[in-house]
Design a binder for this molecule. Structure first.
Ligand code: AMP
Ligand code: ZN
Length: 143
C-alpha cells in the first residue's frame, strides 16, 4: 500500500513548510495554494476525515486553525478566511488524511463559491431536520 503523504510530513520524512507543530497537530503551507498563504492543519496521527477523527484531536486541530487564522490579516494583509474540509472522494477529498484548509481571502482574489443554493421545499427541510435530530439524540451517535 502507498504511504500516506501527510503521515510522512507529520513524521518529517518528507519536507514541508511547517509553521507550527506539537506532539499532536501540525500546520504547513499547501503546496498548491488557492490564495497567498493557504495553510493546512492536520492531526499527526492518521485519521481519514471528519467521519473518523477523534473529537478531542479534532478540537486541537480547530484551535490551531483559529490561532493561525487570527494572525493572518496582520501578517498577510487578508481581510477574511475560509475554513474548508472535504470528507470523502465525492466531496473532493484527494488526500485521505484529515486536513483543514485555511484559505486567506483578499478583496481582489479569484475564488468563487463552488455552489449555489438549490430550490427550497419547506416540508422537506423540516423532514430532514427532524430525521437528523432524531438520529443524533439516540445513544452512541455523538462520538
Ligand atoms: P483535498 O482536495 O481537500 O484533499 O486537498 C489536498 C490538498 O493537499 C491540496 O490543496 C494539495 O495542494 C495539498 N497537498 C498535496 N500534497 C502536498 C504536499 N506534499 N505538501 C503540501 N500540500 C500538499
Ligand atoms: Zn496519514
Amino acid at each position: 500500500m502507498d504511504k500516506c503523504i501527510f503521515c510522512e510530513i507529520a513524521s518529517h520524512n518528507i519536507p514541508a513548510d511547517i509553521i507550527s507543530e506539537n506532539d499532536e497537530v501540525m500546520a504547513f503551507a499547501d503546496i498548491n495554494p488557492a490564495t497567498k498563504g493557504h495553510i493546512l492543519v492536520i492531526p499527526k496521527t492518521h485519521s481519514t476525515n471528519l467521519f473518523d477523527i477523534e473529537e478531542t484531536l479534532l478540537s486541537k486541530v480547530i484551535c490551531l486553525a483559529k490561532r493561525i487564522a487570527k494572525i493572518m490579516p496582520e501578517v498577510l494583509g487578508c481581510s477574511g478566511v475560509n475554513l474548508f474540509h472535504s470528507a470523502g472522494k465525492i466531496a473532493w477529498q484527494e488526500v485521505m488524511h484529515f486536513h483543514l484548509h485555511i484559505v486567506p481571502r483578499y478583496s481582489r482574489d479569484e475564488l468563487r463559491r463552488p455552489f449555489v443554493s438549490t430550490s427550497t421545499n419547506k416540508d422537506e427541510l423540516k423532514e430532514i431536520a427532524f430525521s437528523l435530530a432524531k438520529r443524533l439524540s439516540q445513544n452512541n451517535i455523538n462520538h
